[in-house]
Unconditional design. Structure first.
Length: 105
């Protein structure tokens, strides 16, 4: 995280660093911080994996509405995301919902 923070000191709108800061928080189960940093990344670039990251967090939380909302954006950007989502364990809590099933079929 130290190197990411240093990169953001030098270039506050460095998308790759913003994304990686979000991902780091997500991997440490600090979901609120991760969502905040994914949003910061999306303010500077329309990055598919930030939408996917947000969907993953909401999936773990069991929030069908937001999972589908952000996953749909990612799938519209690149259909390969649908294949990822079909096997992603982060979506286990929402996998059986009608809305999720409809999105990944």
């Amino acid at each position: 995280m130290k190197n990411i923070n240093k990169a953001l000191e030098i270039s506050p709108n460095y998308g790759y660093a913003l994304f990686n800061k979000a991902l780091t928080y997500e991997l440490y189960d600090k979901y609120d911080e991760a969502l905040k940093w994914y949003d910061k990344n999306l303010e500077v670039e329309n990055y598919i994996w930030s939408y996917y990251g947000k969907a993953s967090i909401y999936g773990r939380k069991g929030d069908v509405k937001n999972t589908v909302k952000y996953l749909k954006i990612a799938i519209e950007m690149d259909k390969v995301v649908k294949e990822e989502a079909r096997v992603e364990r982060d979506f286990d809590n929402v996998r059986q919902s009608k809305e999720f099933q409809e999105l990944i079929k």
